[in-house]
Design a protein around this ligand. Sequence first.
Ligand SMILES: [Zn+2]
Length: 414
Amino acid sequence: MDNNLNPQGVPQQPVQPQYIPQQPVEPQAQYVPQQPVEPQAQYVPQQPYVPQAQYIPQQPYVPQPQYVPQQPYVPQPQNIPPQMGPDGKLIYKPLDKRLIKSCRHKAEKRWYRRLFVLNILIIVIAIAYFFYSMDENKKYYDNMVDYYTATIEEAQNKSENGNDQDTGDSAEKKENDKKESLEDKINDMPENLEYLIAIIFTAIAIPFIVSYAYAQYRSMSVRITEKNYPEIYAIVEEFAQKLGMKRVPKVYMVQGNGVLNAFSSFIPFRQYIEIYADLLEVAYREHHDMDTIRFIIAHEMSHIYLKHATMHYYYGMMFSQAIPILGPTASRAREYSCDRLAQLLSGSDGIDAMMTLIAGIHLYKQVDKIDYLQNALSVNGFFVFCYNLVCSHPIMTKRILALNDPMKRSGQLY
Ligand SMILES: [Zn+2]
């Protein structure tokens, strides 16, 4: 079949390619260089006006004596945990010597030097006074020789004459009168000799006096040992090790009829501590307060460590420490040193220990410490100053404020 025929048999025209009109070329958008846009002054909305804080001249700062509660005392990092020894006992490392030294009150050594110089001066003056009064002393010596010669002669005469009362009555009377007048002269010792003898006698007597006192305490006390009050003995051993002491000082407990006290003292070449029984009750009775006991023992051991309780230290200020105000001031500096070292040793702030001395061993825990410290700041004035000046220990308010000082500075001496 012919494909060019439609179904009716009509021949089909060949299909002409149709003219397709072209789309007119649209002109391309030409690049027109733009005029530079001149910046228009734009309106910038203003910030609303905020009045500035004005400078107001301040009143000069007047520090108020207000008490700011202090951070509780944190034991020093030097308190290295103890190690167990071969016999099961704890062994403590000695503390850093510089740290111990830093506890000393800044005026302590200075005051000791002053008293030492004064002490020498007193002795030198007494010797100089003796040589200055040599003529008077010679006369006194001659009178003394005459008196004893007369006494010996009288005794000899008596033995030679036997019971013969009649012979030489008047001569004997004369002798007696002479002897009596000599006796009066001997009784009236020159002042310079009195001073010199007192100095020499005291210096020689001290070792005997302290040994006698030690004998008295020892015979009336209980010695604290590993078996007697072992908890207390363990504290003493701990502090002796921390202080690097070669010998653990002997500690005694004595009954003090309600007196709250503890002290360290010495005999030649040795020191000891005496604690009054009533004070130890805080550890063993209602409060079981070992911290307070630790502080008290640490304070006394500090006196030993810092050589306050030694014979040579005592000799150095034997006479000058009796001078009012000067002696007590040196002593107050020593107390501050030992309080500070006791804090380091015991890890306790020591305020409770002081409270036992103020409020007593039964009530000291009831004292509000913040309130006490606030009031302590107001305990001052001329008469408080005078009282503190003659006290061998700092007055309690000053002492407790020093214990509470977080900067651990030297306490106030005056
Ligand atoms: Zn003391």
